[in-house]
Design a protein around this ligand. Structure first.
Ligand code: ZN
Length: 298
């Protein structure tokens, strides 16, 4: 059975401007690829309403993002830039994320959300690192509202998910495991940052053999799930840890994402898995990485 991949047409209309790495082509190339892949079934979700974001972000922050977008766009914070479609893209992405979670929780199969803008750097009231809302924590809260209390978040984007960590580090119901380049943007993610014992950071230098990254991340996942079985697994699936990515120095290849995905399925067979697109800045490579992950989910 093909794996359901949820997206929304407005996700490609968000455009931070010429030369920006978080470009619409990331998603258009990916969706072209997945639409030709018999292992994937691309579906368009309904956009969410703003209330779907209020579980994670204060109303004042959301109003600021909406107003900036509706006035034509501009920089929200440094390199996190909006255009007139960004607010619509955010609600579209949120709808796709929630639809992917609903699909997986209904035992219709593992799922993927192919969305932009990405989310794991977004703090409650600060959009940063190309991220406006924290999609993965929105997904976690949506799953918990549906009765799945224990959520495992695996973040294999090459950058540390500082926003995700900040939003869950006092919450024992969520365990957060992150492999990321260190020292690197955004500067957080030291191994000593343990939250309430629910944070498992794996900071590593660039240029190492790919299987070293895989085994180190896997050891942290094993530690996080020793005697603790999640009700759902959410993957902050960035693909900028692939060799040659302009924003990272790791060496992963598509087969490594397939390997990690297969290991997650085998270790935690009762937990539905939902992957959410984060980074990955060479569109054709990003498409290869996602296709490998999605195929391994099927
Ligand atoms: Zn990244």
């Amino acid at each position: 059975m093909p794996v359901a991949v949820f997206t929304h047409p407005d996700c490609v209309r968000h455009d931070p401007g010429p030369g920006h790495p978080e470009a619409p082509a990331r998603l258009t190339v990916l969706l072209d690829r997945l639409r030709r892949d018999p292992g994937a079934e691309v579906r368009e979700a309904e956009a969410a309403g703003r209330e779907a974001l209020l579980r994670v972000h204060p109303a004042g922050y959301l109003e600021r993002v909406e107003r900036l977008s509706e006035s034509g766009g501009g920089a929200l914070f440094l390199d996190t830039v909006l255009n007139d479609a960004s607010w619509a893209a955010l609600l579209g992405a949120t709808g796709a994320v929630r639809a992917a979670v609903d699909h997986a929780l209904a035992a219709r199969g593992h799922a993927f959300a192919a969305v932009r803008p990405p989310g794991h750097h977004a703090l409650a009231s600060v959009g940063m690192g190309f991220c406006l809302a924290n999609n993965i924590v929105v997904a976690a809260r949506h799953a918990q509202d549906a009765g799945r209390e224990r959520v495992l978040i695996v973040d294999w984007d090459v950058h540390h998910g500082n926003g995700t960590q900040a939003l869950v580090e006092r919450d024992e119901t969520v365990r957060f495991v992150s492999l990321h380049q260190w020292p690197w943007y955004p500067g957080t993610g030291a191994a000593e940052e343990r939250g309430v014992g629910n944070v498992f950071n794996v900071p590593r230098g660039p240029g190492r053999p790919a299987m070293q990254y895989v085994e180190d991340l896997w050891a942290a996942i094993a530690a996080a799930t020793g005697g603790w079985t999640p009700d759902v697994i959410l993957v902050s699936a960035g693909f900028d840890a692939m060799g040659g990515d302009p924003l990272g120095g790791f060496t992963l290849e598509p087969e490594h994402y397939a390997e990690l995905t297969t290991r997650l399925r085998e270790r935690l067979p009762s937990a539905p898995i939902v992957g959410l697109l984060e980074g990955g800045y060479t569109p054709s490579r990003l498409a290869d990485g996602v296709a490998a992950h999605v195929t391994a989910l099927g």
